[in-house]
Design a protein around this ligand. Sequence first.
Ligand SMILES: [Zn+2]
Length: 112
Amino acid sequence: MDKDEIFELIDQLYAQAKMQFGNAIKSRWFYDRDGCPGCGRKIKEMKWKGQKALSLNAFIYREHGVLIAYLLCGKCAKHIFERSEVDPNAPTEVHGEIEKNLKNAFVKHLGH
Ligand SMILES: [Zn+2]
């Protein structure tokens, strides 16, 4: 997956979020730093159904009306995936950590 493909996917996620939440979503932002927002490890491509894949995720930072897209390392992606299989509605601890890190990064990016 290269940058163009990632941005294409983010466009799709953004369009979906707009349809779902309407004007509550005002912008999108891609967290493109090195390192996983869950654990700080370097992100490598992981194998997914025999193909190389990166785990692209997104969440909505409601206070700012922004869809934040981010990549996870294989370990965090796997952890979240496994937890969601057990109970799809249970937020994981990793999620909480990731969202905290992403929110901090976004607010810094705004220059506040
Ligand atoms: Zn990680």
